[in-house]
Design a protein around this ligand. Sequence first.
Ligand SMILES: Nc1nc2c(ncn2[C@@H]2O[C@H](COP(=O)(O)OP(=O)(O)OP(=O)(O)O)[C@@H](O)[C@H]2O)c(=O)[nH]1
Ligand SMILES: [Mg+2]
Length: 462
Amino acid sequence: MSKSLNETIAAVATPLGPGGIGIIRISGPESRLIGRALFRPARQEFSDFRPYVLHHGWIIEDTEALALDEVLVSYMPGPGSYTGEDVLEINCHGGPAVVRAVLERVLAHGARAAEPGEFTCRAFINGRMDLSQAESVAELIAAPTESGLGFAGRKLSGAFSREIKRLREQLLSLKAAISADLDFPDEQLESLGPAEVCSSIREVRSTLLGLLENFSRYNCLRQGALVVLVGRVNAGKSSLLNRLLGRSRAIVTPFPGTTRDYLEEMVNLRGLPVRLVDTAGSRAAPDEVEQAGLKQGEELIQAADLVCLVVDGNEPFEQEILRRIPEMGAGRVLLLMNKADLKPVDPDVQDKIQARGFDAVYVSAKSGFGLDALISGIRKKIIGTEAEPRADALVPNLRQKNKIQSAAQLLEELEQDLELGVGFDALTLYLDEAVAALSEITGAISSEDVLERVFSSFCIGK
Ligand SMILES: Nc1nc2c(ncn2[C@@H]2O[C@H](COP(=O)(O)OP(=O)(O)OP(=O)(O)O)[C@@H](O)[C@H]2O)c(=O)[nH]1
Ligand SMILES: [Mg+2]
């Protein structure tokens, strides 16, 4: 990413594959000249690209002046463009061969193929956006559901950066106040007592902890959660998967041991993206294939965010089930008492489940009874609340979360030292480090390798 900004870069900005249009984006000092060399205008009176106007014409082959494709070209001069540099975009027909051929022509005229995220990296370097906003571009593109979009959008708009900057400034003014005390101890400056410093630190720290909580609560809305259906053969795992998907994806039969390989589908549970996995059922004497299937199941249980333990509510209840739940971690197990259409679950069983405090949902994959409760139950177990995320929730990504965590940790240590009566001069060090951690979030300070890591996760053309 440290490459010279003097180079003009180019890439296909649309996904490769047959489509209506494909866009080749060029950014850098040579953009306009490269465009001029390739473009044959449809209008005779054309003299040069006018900013923000679509120009109709053809991209031509060099030697024979043959038309390669009919195109629309737009020119956005810096600094008012996405990257802050001169940008030229060629809209051509969307076939992969056409798009590649046009890109080849652009590269042959001196542009360099852009690396992933290089356009957005330039936007960052040229001050068009801060680091958090730049990252949110990748988050926006990757968002699987609308909630994820909202989080990314709030970062792109700068709301997240503003909050981080506010906290950083609060720490800086605190440091200034402390330093003034230290530098001019004899002057009657408005000095801060340890109690005031402490309460100010606590305030910043609690806001940071709130952001961390948003990460653990809402990150699954952005990334998706792994939910695994396990249980005895014939309990109705595959039927429940089909019911949640709303289509017949898995084979369902009355014969125990129908599912052998596990199968996985994405499903959107009211905005929560879920990788839902159906596994082979367990039984007393599994054959070799089933043993292999069960082993896969065990691995999936380890990795799962939520294990749905499916029980045939029509069979005599096996007490052993209640023993298995704590083994898997009761917090991430939801008991699904299936086949509720056949006969009501024994009240004794219900009492036992409730007495142990296990979460259970009574459902019927066959009739659809309890489906709403099931979706709510899954969401609640994963997100920790059934409430929709607040419309203005600010959610850091993993990199930002780690920085916030170190800042919060430093402030906690500072508070402890303060309580032990450590002098102010020793405390400014903590403040410096916490400020530095927050600065890295918005990129006010950023090292080469941070930029490298952030932008390498982008797709090419962004
Ligand atoms: N009455 C009733 N029957 C159900 C219900 N859910 C599943 N079944 C039936 O139970 C049998 C087994 O269902 P599956 O979904 O294949 O069960 P499974 O847990 O995937 O079974 P394996 O793949 O063998 O482990 C089928 O005959 C289903 O029609 C339900 O809610 N009510
Ligand atoms: Mg099955």
